[in-house]
Design a protein around this ligand. Sequence first.
Ligand code: FAD
Length: 559
Amino acid sequence: MTHKVVIIGAVAAGMSAATRLRRLDEAAHIVVLEAGDHPSFANCGLPYYVGGVIPERDSLLLHTPQSLAARFAIDVRVRSRVTAIDRAARTVTVTLADGSTYDEAYDSLVLSPGASPIVPDIPGASRALTLRDVSDVDRLAAATADAGTALVIGAGFVGLEVAENLAHRGLDVTVVERAPQVLTALDPELAIRVEQRLTARGVRVLTGASVISLGPADAVVTTADGATEKVAAGVVVAAIGVQPEGSLAATAGLALGPRGSILVDHDMRTSDPAIFAVGDAATKTDAFGAEPALIPLANLANRHGRRVADVIAGRPHRAAASVGTAVVGVFGLTAAATGRSERRLAAEGRPYRAIHTHPLDHAGYYPGATQMALKLLVDPATDKILGAQGVGEAGVERRIDVIATAMAGGLTASSLADLELAYAPAYGSAKDPVNMLGYVAENLAAGETPAVQWRELMDAEDEPVVLDVRTAAEHARGTVTVPWQAPLVMPLDSLRERHHELPRDRRIVVHCQVGQRGHTATRLLRQLGYDAVNLDGGWLTWRDAQASLTREPVPASAA
Ligand code: FAD
C-alpha cells in the first residue's frame, strides 16, 4: 500500500523532508500544506531584499507548487492552514482562506511549522512590523518608502541584518537592545567590535535599553542609565526572537519541550510514533547538555528535514547532536560563533578555559591582510572544544566552520594544532589561525604558559605587577592600566638584561599586543624563577573588553 506522508509547513525543514522523501520513495504519496502564499521561499534573504542588495523579489521565491509538482510529484497546497490534528483518526483538518475546511488523512505526519517572531508586549505594539515571510517583507518595503527613520528592537542576527539594510535604504536607524551588548551569541569583548562598526556607519545603538511604548512616529525608550527618551521611529521592526509554533502539537496532546516547542527524540519522532517534527518548531539534541535545546537556524532545519525523510523511508539515521553555528555580516564585518559562549558556560556553572587570539586573515606580507579576533572555549579537564567565536573583516567564517567541523569530529582543542589546512599567502598563514588556537590550547593544557583572563586581572586581589613587553611606541599608543600600579614597560628584547628590576616576591602579569610575545616573555621569566603569567589575548582583548564595559569609542590609532 502507498505510504501517505502529510507535511505541515513548506519552507526549509518541510520541503527538505518532502524532496528527500521523493528521492527515496517514488511511490510515496506526499502532501505539503502551507498556510502562507509561497512554498520554499528564501526567508534568510528577506533582509537583503529590504536593503536592495537582492534587487528582484522573484529571487526570494525558489519554487512554486507547480514546479514542485512537475519535478517531484509533490502535492503542495498553499493558503492551506492546518488547524487540528486528530491522532486517533490520523487526519489533519485544513482551513482554507475562505474559511472552509476539509480533513486530510496521513500515515506519517511531519510538523515543520517553524517559529513566529515575538512582538513585544508594550503599548502601540501593533505598529511593529516583523520579518518572517514574503508578505512581511512586502509590508516592510512599503513602510520604509518615506519613513525617514527606523527603530529596530533587538540586536540579534536578524535585527542587525535588518538595521544594516534599512540604513542601506537611506533610513536613519536606531537599534535598541535590552541586553548590555549586541549579538548575545558572542561574548562582550568580541561583540563590541560589531557595535562599534554599527556606530561608525551611522546606526545608533542603545544597549541595556528597553522600548516601553510605541507612538505613531516615535518610541519611548528607557536607556541604560535609567533615563527615558523619545526615539524617532518612522518604521518599527521587532526582531526580539522567535516563538516555536507548538500550538497544533499542544492541542493534539503531544509532549512539549522548552517554550512550548515540540519535543522529539533522536529520530525526530514526537510522543506519537506516527508524528515527527523538524525545524524551528522542534527541539534539538544538545551536544553539550542533557536538556533538549532550541536552535532556530536554517542549517539544522534543512538537515533534520532530510533526516526525517530517511527515518520515514525506513533508513533510521540518528541526527547528530547540535552545537548551533551561526554567522552574520554587519557593514562588512563578519561575526560568527559555534557552540557555547563563555557567558553561557559561566551561567551553566561549567568549567572552561578561554583563549583569545588576534591573527591576520592571511600572511601579513601579502597585501590586504586584516586582523580578526578569535576566541576558543575549552573544557580544561578533557580538552574538549566547547565553543568558538570570531569577528573580523575576512576569513572569520572559515575558521569558525573548521572549528565546528572539529567539534563534530570530536577533535580536542590541542589537536587543532595538527590540522593540515590549505595555505598560500593570499588565503592564510602557514600557521593558520586555527592551528594557532591549537598551539595555545596545547601550551595551556601542558601548563607551560599559565594565562590570566582580562576579567581576572581586573578583579585580582593580589595586585600583581602588570608588565607590558611591547615596544615603547606601542605602549604609548595605549596599555593595560590597573589602579594599583603605574604602567610598566620592558620590551621583550630587553627582558634578559632588565628582568632583575622586577620583584621576585609578586606575581607578574605579562602582556603584549595579542599574547604571542607575552607567551615568550612568560616562558623566559618563569625559567628565570619568576611567578609570571600571560594576559590572554594581550592588549587588544583588554582594550575591547574595557570598551565593552565603558562604551567609549576606541581611537583608531590604538588598533
Ligand atoms: P519556516 O521556514 O518558518 O517555515 C515554516 C512554514 O510553516 C511557514 O511558511 C508557515 O507559514 C508554515 N506554517 C506554520 N503553521 C502552519 C500551519 N498550521 N499550517 C500550515 N502551514 C503552517 N537561519 C540561518 O541559519 N541563517 C540565516 O542567515 C538566517 N537568516 C534569517 C533571516 C530571517 C529574516 C528569518 C526570518 C530567519 C532567518 N534564519 C536564518 C532562520 C531560518 O530561516 C529558520 O531557521 C528556518 O527557516 C526554519 O525552517 P522551518 O522549516 O522550521 O520553518
